[in-house]
Design a binder for this molecule. Sequence first.
Ligand SMILES: Cc1cc2nc3c(=O)[nH]c(=O)nc-3n(C[C@H](O)[C@H](O)[C@H](O)COP(=O)(O)OP(=O)(O)OC[C@H]3O[C@@H](n4cnc5c(N)ncnc54)[C@H](O)[C@@H]3O)c2cc1C
Length: 475
Amino acid sequence: MPRDFLKNVRREYDVIVIGSGLGGLTAANVLGRTGYRVLLLEQHYKLGGLATWFRRPGGHVFDISLHGFPFGMIKSCRRYWTREIADSIVQLKNIRFDNPVFSLTTEFNRDDFTRLLIERFAITQETVHRFFDTVRAMNFYDDQSMTNGQLFERFFPGREDVVRLLMEPITYANGSTLEDPAITYGIVFSNFMSKGVFTFQGGTDHLIHLMERELRNNGVDIAIRSEVDEIQVRGGRVCGVRVGDRTIGARAVVSNANLLATVNRLVGPEHFDRTFFNDASAVRLNNSSTQVYMALKPDDKIDESTGDLLFSSTAPAFRTDLLLDRNITSRTFSFYYPRIRPKSPPRCLIVSSTNARYEDWADLAPGEYEGSKQDLIETTLDALDRYVPNCRERIAYIEASPPRTFQRFTQHLGGSSFGTKFEGLMVSRELPKHVRGLYHAGSVGIIMSGWLGAINYGVIVANDVDAQLTAAAIG
Ligand SMILES: Cc1cc2nc3c(=O)[nH]c(=O)nc-3n(C[C@H](O)[C@H](O)[C@H](O)COP(=O)(O)OP(=O)(O)OC[C@H]3O[C@@H](n4cnc5c(N)ncnc54)[C@H](O)[C@@H]3O)c2cc1C
């Protein structure tokens, strides 16, 4: 008989959270800690969503999305998770750029970028300070009409090299383009510039294990392999969810699933007014990614001066469309040294990530698909050889994952790595005005995506749910 993953689940909860990405996990934890009866439902057999990992024979453990996040994670993890989680966050000090225009290593913070902009790029101190102060002061409520391209033109007219230094890592980090609103860049860039780039020592598996333990300590019920088919709505308010033939009641539902899937598939158009539904349907998905995972032979080591994160490109100029092209010219290499996973067998691992368009991979016939994966592996090895000489002979294990893999594991439409474009944030925030008790806490619009954005958005939405349930209790 198949195992019943909902065996110990009650008939009714205060809140049901659909999806265990970092946003869903955090919303569930904050609400559980506040004293609500919370159920977390995850369709996959693992918690974490895109914050995930996989093991391969030979002691290799690969992280999918643990490449770097801003310092703010320490505060968010300490406040909304545990001190143990916060204390495991460590800095990545060697961030490298290598492209036809410049090659440099930086700590990726304001001090070091100020130095580089003045000394290497000959920008005046006054302009550099004004630029940093301007982006630092940006916030969500600002005018959103200025684009990133306009922001750079204002401070560094005609300086493609400077734009590349400032923009390329953020485009890798969240898919933002020169045409996106400048505030999305300003907020994320400033977050990184405050103190640099950080990672979680111990790996994603350890982080998710600690989070699961904390959720259970806070009384949250968790069911994996439990795909929600429907969010049930009666009289304009949510009343529960359906998982297969099982219905579970709830006063509020937080969906951590993709925003468009939440509106179209889980709730359904009939529960929204037409204007809102049309606005929601017009929200654009963010791009997807391809990755190549590589493990060096056990006794082989990479010198740490190779870098922690390396933004490499052979493209002569920075153009956001080139970063998505099937003909890959830009790759971000993450180098994982044994100290990052002190409890695992000592291994040097490399993950190459590239932004990608789902459409380029979606309809390939099986033979073509495998061929394209092999091509991705070969071209990645060609590119890596410059930084890890003779890498073909030194690598013990290699595997590639195109956009379809991301879709399969998270059910994100289009294998989207960062949810939706910026306009998704407005739709996500408006949901409870259209269906009472319906919330969304998942990657939307650049600011609310990535590890830190997802965690912080989970907190914001948990507070909204708390306010609604408290008001209902008083009323
Ligand atoms: C290749 C790659 C590299 C990245 N690198 C970085 C990085 O270096 N730094 C960084 O900060 N961010 C990075 N990110 C982004 C970051 O991982 C994500 O923005 C963040 O983890 C998303 O969290 P989330 O809360 O939106 O949920 P997600 O991780 O998207 O999870 C959603 C969850 O909902 C579940 N679900 C969906 N539908 C249902 C359903 N019907 N029923 C039940 N469960 C459901 C899914 O299975 C999934 O577990 C990267 C992403 C990718 C793809």
